[in-house]
Design a protein. Sequence first.
Length: 229
Amino acid sequence: MFKRLLTLCIFILLCKITFGQEKKFLDKNSLVQFSGVIVTSDSLNPVPFASVIIKNTSRGTISDYYGFFSFVAKMKDTVEFAAIGFKRAEFIIPDTLNDMRCSLIQILKPDTILLKEVVIFPWPTKEQFKEAFVQLRVPDDDMSRAQRNLDKRQLAYLASILPMDGSMNYRNYMDQVSTRLYYAGQLPPNNLLNPIKWAQFIQMWQNGELKNKNQTPNPNPNNNKDDEN
């Protein structure tokens, strides 16, 4: 009987000590490990790199790529969640925790901001812009340079010396491949004995078209630099 009474007294004493420690540890100013995940309200996708800051302080952290965060806070702290494109949210850590940990799944709602159209003019009003545009005087040297650059002979010369780009080379190569596939198993046509082609060749020879094609003179060789500008 004495042993039972002694055991009961020891058990009550231990319970009081444990309760006192828990009471002291879970005080309102006690530190807790505050962690959780931040997700979107529409699809529950994680919100990466969102700021998790205790309000009116500089203490906090940033969520990782998967929206997870974890840091040390106090009870009754107001935690503010913020991310670009989402509305801000707040959460107050309760002071009725029975453990030193607090977990949370925070949902952020999208925040869409529509900005009005802004039209920027170098003049205060459209009427002043129209008047200035009508009275604009283009310098003579710029006008003469533009006329030389738009000359038909100059444009023809530039077109004759312009090399083929990648698209044109690719098209030429594909045309050759298509021709080989079309005449596969047979001889391709030969215009050596074609009287129509010979007649066209003689006619072009008499008109001097072959000489113009082979030798395209530079219409303005001394002003290449000005034309390019």
